[in-house]
Design a binder for this molecule. Structure first.
Ligand code: NOJ
Length: 562
């Protein structure tokens, strides 16, 4: 790969740091994180070296799905603060040379949004067609699955107008009707409203689901059940809408966009992010997250299958190597803590393993999305009982399993690994009560390991996970090879070792990562002169001409001579 052939963009060179405000920092003692809390911690965020903050939804919401059910797109959720707080935050981010990306949640709104209140009030209300309705006189609507519905169905009967409305997520999250041009205009207007305030982009929630199939036909057999996601993502007018959004809104600003792309795969992603498509910049997929994880978050023995993981990630790199641009991530508010899911949170490995995963995220091609708290190696809380969960998803899957007479204990066991609340426990700032997150009662239990794992303890310790993250950030920034260089997988069948080179112009780097809790060995790569060790998350590594041996969860980056 030659630098001269590359179309450089700020968002390709950026590292995104994701903040789930509810769990970041509380400043008023109500147990819920807020925008003044983010403001208070801006210098910390800057000290990480990240470029962009992605803020999860902070709009007015009854919080049935923690802000992913918006009742007013132009107001700030009172629990989080005010519009003045938001503006102070945005200014503070910009003053520090960073950018701010917000969440765009427009597949659905809250049922408490004024549009829906109007829509459900009568069949001839002007807002009726803002949502998807199925009149009851036509009989039961064709089957649609819902992620969060307590009965699993996405059609909810609504008495006042004797009709069903569609909700792919919870019943309090009715799907907006993008087929109606007025809805699209309202959304585009709202996007301009935020861009005019100066935000730097949007992460677009389940944006691949916005176009629905005409007349809601029965799903073909292959898309029944879990595969519904792929069908939901293939609405006939998806690309027409995104193209229109680009033309009417996105193209007017120097911003970045990233699709949350359920149902995107290597064979269709370029339709969304191909350079000449004029739709979105980036997409993040779920193909690695679904390795070894089945329906309702149930895990099987393949959930850490490294060979499969390497294959998936390498295929994605290839799909976007000539056109479009990739993203890489492990954790976010919908997935467990990276160290627990992809490596090991056993006390003897947690710190080294989390540094190894950080090395991976910051040395792959594609914009890294790094989830708050992973920089200190936070791990899953692993709730024992359903009563400890707040998340609508775990709670509803539990109750569905219970209704069916299924194995609820097995579900709880799996959710210790996959449950979303594992990533939502508050940030562990220090070892004082409530980890410095709040002076009140935290909205979600704080991981008891905060006494050992916290920012204050790691802040000045040179070998901490936190300072390793900062070091890797500096390293990535100083090496365009890590951003734009070609990626070449080695030892694809090795079950412990993930090894690859990154190469740009005359520079070549070899990244060696041991994803296991055993020593990993292999022959030294043929025809490579191994030079200086640039990064190492353990104390020792000696380059040997013939063989390579890595300690459990060791990560090493080596310069390769020509
Ligand atoms: C994806 C979001 O990331 C998730 O948290 C939310 O529950 C669903 N979309 C519905 O908005």
């Amino acid at each position: 790969m030659k630098l001269s052939q590359i179309d450089r963009k700020w968002w390709k060179e950026a590292v995104v740091y994701q903040i789930y405000p509810r769990s970041f920092q509380d400043t008023n003692g109500d147990g819920v994180g807020d925008l003044p809390g983010v403001i208070q911690r801006l210098d910390y965020i800057k000290s990480l070296g990240v470029d962009v903050i992605w803020l999860n939804p902070c709009f007015e919401s009854p919080n049935d799905d923690n802000g992913y059910d918006i009742s007013d797109y132009r107001k700030i959720m009172p629990e989080f603060g005010t519009m003045d707080d938001f503006e102070t935050l945005l200014a503070g981010v910009h003053e520090r040379g960073m950018k701010l990306v917000m969440d765009l949640v427009v597949n659905h709104s809250s049922d408490e949004h004024e549009w829906f209140k109007q829509s459900r009030s009568s069949r001839d209300n002007p807002y009726r067609d803002y949502y998807h309705w199925w009149p009851a006189e036509k009989g039961t609507p064709p089957r649609r699955w819902s992620y969060f519905d307590k009965d699993g169905t996405a059609w909810k009967y609504d008495e006042p107008t004797d009709a069903y409305y569609l909700h792919y997520f919870a019943e309090k999250q009715p799907d907006l009707n993008w087929e109606n041009p007025k809805v699209r205009e309202e959304i585009y207007d709202m996007m301009h409203f935020w861009f005019k305030k100066g935000i730097d982009g949007f992460r677009m929630d389940v944006i691949t689901f916005i176009s629905k199939h005409d007349g809601y036909p029965e799903f073909p057999e292959e898309y029944q059940g879990q595969n519904m996601i792929d069908m939901y993502a293939q609405g006939p007018r998806l690309h027409e809408y995104l193209h229109e959004m680009n033309e009417k809104v996105l193209s007017h600003y120097d911003i970045m966009t990233v699709a949350e792309g359920p149902g995107t795969h290597t064979d269709n992603v370029l339709k969304l992010v191909g350079d000449d498509r004029k739709e979105l910049n980036m997409n993040y997929h779920f193909d690695h997250q679904s390795i070894g994880v089945g329906d309702r978050g149930m895990v099987n023995e393949a959930f850490q299958d490294l060979v499969q993981f390497k294959q998936v990630m390498s295929d994605w790199d290839k799909a976007l190597s000539q056109d479009g641009w990739n993203t890489v991530y492990f954790g976010n508010h919908d997935f467990p803590r990276m160290v627990s899911r992809w490596a090991s949170d056993a006390p003897e490995y947690r710190a080294t393993a989390s540094k190894m995963l950080t090395t991976y995220l910051l040395t792959m091609r594609g914009t890294p999305y790094y989830y708050m708290g992973d920089e200190i190696g936070m791990s899953n809380i692993k709730f024992e009982s359903i009563d400890e969960y707040d998340d609508i998803m775990t709670r509803n899957w539990y109750s569905l399993t219970q209704q069916e007479g299924g194995d609820t204990q097995a579900l709880l066991d799996s959710h210790k690994i996959t449950g979303r609340d594992n990533a939502r426990t508050p940030i562990q700032w220090d070892n004082t009560s409530n980890a410095g997150f709040t002076t009140g009662k935290p909205w979600l239990t704080i991981n008891p390991n905060y006494a050992e794992v916290n920012v204050a303890e790691q802040q000045n310790r040179s070998d901490s996970e936190l300072n390793y993250f900062r070091k890797l950030m500096k390293f990535r920034k100083s090496e365009l090879t890590l951003i734009y260089g070609s990626y070449n997988l080695l030892y694809s069948e090795h079950t412990q070792l993930y090894a690859y080179t990154r190469e740009l112009d005359d520079k070549k780097l070899l990244v060696l990562l041991n994803f296991s809790n055993q020593v990993a060995e292999c022959e030294a790569p043929a025809s490579m002169h191994l030079g200086k060790v640039l990064i190492n998350n353990c104390d020792a590594f000696s380059v040997n001409e013939n063989s390579i041996s890595l300690k459990p969860y060791q990560a090493v980056i080596i310069e390769v001579g020509q």
